[in-house]
Design a protein around this ligand. Structure first.
Ligand SMILES: [Zn+2]
Length: 94
């Protein structure tokens, strides 16, 4: 990789060579700041607000599922324990 290719980026709109430090393409005016930030952040690009919301919603859903599961099992166990105690109590009464 030469110095030119590492400091120059290809404009997505006009395919012209643009400096990575340029805020926008001098040839067509395409904004490059967001594209440069996306490339710096990793293969999937910057995490957009929408993606963040989806991630939060997914984790919320997982947490809710866990809470509902534990609540369900707790209530089931409570009912089972109550039934056993009720059985024992009625058995003792006889
Ligand atoms: Zn351009």
């Amino acid at each position: 990789m030469t110095a030119e290719t590492s400091n120059m980026a290809e404009c997505p709109d006009c395919s012209g060579k643009v400096s990575k430090r340029a805020p926008q393409c001098p040839q067509c005016g395409c904004p490059l700041e967001s594209i440069a930030a996306m490339r710096l952040d990793g293969k999937d690009g910057i995490v957009t607000e929408r993606q963040l919301l989806v991630q939060i919603r997914e984790s919320m859903r997982a947490t809710m599922r866990l809470v509902m599961c534990s609540l369900f099992f707790t209530s089931v166990m409570l009912v089972v324990v109550l039934l056993i105690f009720w059985d024992i109590a009625s058995w003792i009464d006889k």
